[in-house]
Design a protein around this ligand. Structure first.
Ligand SMILES: [Zn+2]
Length: 607
């Protein structure tokens, strides 16, 4: 058994998928909202018997490995490495080429992380600075254990120690540059990017280090005009809009508690985790992006923002908040004490942080309070301004019932008739949709493209065969009325084998057919059969379908398949005709005309 098969045999697809999305039982299968496309009614099915999933909306489907690849954005080998330990399967690196550019960069980052951490914990070299940094971290409540746990490190005040270390490990200057760990001077010399800084590794969702945040040594006189914090640049493995700090550690807790707490800085997240708040992630100073929200959406729809009061719900995050509302997240804001960030609060007394989280306010109540507190409700201008701000947010709300609720609240608070508010809201919505339309259309097109990946003829075959799987007695009818030559697309061969099996056994049954494919070593056929089995369950299991209806469907399908066949033939001959006319090939033209006449007649007969 190869490693992929071993993993699949030891893990259950239902366990794996339910770590990402909520599965609801549907007969012997499970159903859910598809995580790969936007939808409001669930068309994503998971079959525990067949160990496959399939979405009837966008057509995505496969086994647990392909699911993890899709969800985590991993390639096949990366997915095996992620799943291997859970299945107790050791992934043998040698079996796969591990020397892709991406892997080389990840190796550099991992080595750098270990190197920086070693310098800080082994206390070798620059003892004075190292002691200072340790004291700084300890003062901020981070124990030796936490330093190890988070792999915090120190970059020496040196231009090439890390570079030389990486060179000694046989990495080229270009590779090191591409990993973001060095920079190149105008004269073409390479230098360490980070010097005399506390190094916080940033991991991707699988816990692999992809970048660093580096804080200047607090004792250093910062005269190189660089910020207190600097980050790794964007690289092939690091896209800052796609990473949430600590999500690799927090994701299971987020799913369990069904809520994520977002803080601003890495130190906030680290303190929170060390104090037992294990569902906390940091946005690291950037605005919350759609990609980050998409990551969160896999685990929960509930977000508590625990930002420092100066920035809570202000500038930097506002765009993120609108996006989150538009995507249907429930947002709450923890009103922290002014001038304090979560790190300060937790260090004083972690119970207080819990209190803030427990009393977090729904974002709309928060906005209402913020906009109306302290303004003179009789000052028309101020009132207008506040009303408009709130309406803009209400417009973003995903849910109409919620919109309605907050319009009423606003009407009371601002003492404005609800009808007027509704009129205003409509204006805002119209203005907004002009801007938003472009974006939404993009999404629309993407989904459509995905859908069109399954061709019409494949869909017809899927539908027909799934019906037959449930209703064996029509096999004979189909056999007599649908010659294999009419079948085009990916099920051509499959249909042939199907008929061979039927002629041999005199019936079609899922398990028997599956065993037959196994014996004949027809792996792609096995996969196709599983898919058709799932389609069969999805469309025909839950419903009471009358015999007549089934027959009607089967006949309809056969007609469509044949129509499709002749239309395709006519298309091909038309193309041939153009070519032959160009070449003045009289003989071919006549043959083609004869064929076209034939096909058209056949098509007319069917219609
Ligand atoms: Zn889908």
């Amino acid at each position: 058994m190869n490693q992929a098969d071993e993993i699949k045999s030891k893990l259950d697809i239902v366990d794996i998928i339910s770590e990402y999305i909520n599965l609801k039982p549907a007969g012997s299968n499970f159903r859910a909202l598809c995580p790969f496309h936007n939808e409001k009614t669930p068309s994503f099915m998971v079959s525990p018997d067949k160990q496959i999933y399939h979405c009837f909306g966008c057509g995505k489907g496969g086994d647990l490995i392909s699911f993890v690849m899709g969800m985590e954005g991993l390639d096949f080998i990366e997915a095996l490495k992620l799943l291997g330990p859970r299945a107790g399967v050791v992934i043998d690196n040698k079996e796969f080429s591990d020397n892709s550019q991406k892997n080389r960069l990840l190796q550099i980052l991992e080595l750098s992380r270990k190197y920086y951490n070693y310098i800080l914990t082994s206390e070798k070299g620059d003892l004075k600075n190292i002691k200072n940094i340790k004291k700084y971290l300890n003062d901020r409540g981070l124990s030796e254990e936490a330093i190890l746990n988070w792999q915090i490190g120190y970059s020496l005040d040196n231009y090439d120690d890390l570079l030389n270390f990486l060179r000694s490990k046989k990495f080229t200057d270009i590779e090191i540059l591409s990993s973001g760990m060095s920079f190149k001077s105008e004269k073409g010399k390479h230098f360490n990017r980070f010097r005399n800084r506390i190094m916080f590794p940033i991991n991707d969702i699988n816990g692999r280090t992809v970048a660093f945040t580096a804080r200047i040594n607090p004792e250093a006189n910062n005269n190189h005009n660089l910020g207190k914090y600097i980050n790794s640049p964007q690289t092939e493995v690091y896209d800052k809009s796609r990473v949430l700090f600590a999500l690799d550690r927090a994701r299971m807790a987020i799913k369990e508690k069904d809520v994520v707490v977002l803080v601003e800085g890495q130190m906030d997240a680290i303190s929170a985790h060390e104090a037992g708040f294990n569902n906390v992630c940091a946005v690291s100073g950037t605005a919350l992006t759609v990609s980050q929200l998409n990551l969160i959406k896999r685990y929960t729809k509930n977000i508590i923002l625990a930002f420092d009061q100066d920035s809570a719900g202000e500038n930097a995050t506002d765009r993120g908040i609108s996006e989150a509302l538009r995507m249907g997240f429930n947002l709450k804001i923890a009103s922290l004490e002014e001038g304090k960030d979560p790190d300060d609060i937790i260090r004083e007394n972690s119970d207080n942080f819990k209190k803030y989280l427990d009393s977090a306010q729904d974002i709309m109540s928060y906005y209402l309070l913020r906009e109306f507190d302290g303004i003179d409700i009789n000052n028309i201008r101020d009132k207008n301004l506040a009303v408009n701000k709130i309406l803009t947010v209400i417009n973003k709300l995903y849910n109409k019932v919620e919109q309605d609720f907050w319009l009423k609240e606003l009407s009371q608070k601002a003492r404005v008739e609800e009808v007027f508010l509704r009129e205003e809201l409509q204006k805002i919505a119209q203005n907004m949709s002009k801007n938003d339309n472009i974006k939404e259309n993009e999404v629309e097109i993407k989904t459509l493209n995905q859908e069109s990946l399954i061709s019409w003829e494949d869909k017809l075959l899927e539908s027909l065969l799934s019906l037959l799987l449930k209703n064996n007695k029509y096999c004979e009818y189909v056999l007599n009325n649908l010659n294999p030559e009419f079948v085009m697309g990916k099920y051509q061969e499959f249909y042939n084998y199907w008929l061979i099996y039927y002629n041999k056994e005199g019936r079609i049954d899922y398990q028997g057919l599956l065993n037959y494919f196994k014996q004949e070593n027809l792996l792609p056929m096995e996969d196709d059969l599983k898919k058709i089995g799932l389609i069969s369950d999805f469309y025909w299991s839950d419903k009471e379908v009358s015999e007549e209806k089934i027959k009607e469907e089967i006949i309809k399908n056969i007609i469509e398949i044949k129509k499709n066949f002749f239309k395709e033939k006519i298309k091909i001959e038309n193309d041939n005709l153009i070519k032959a006319e160009k070449e003045n090939d009289e003989k071919s033209i006549q043959d083609i005309m004869k064929n076209l006449k034939n096909y058209n007649e056949e098509l007319q007969k069917i219609i």
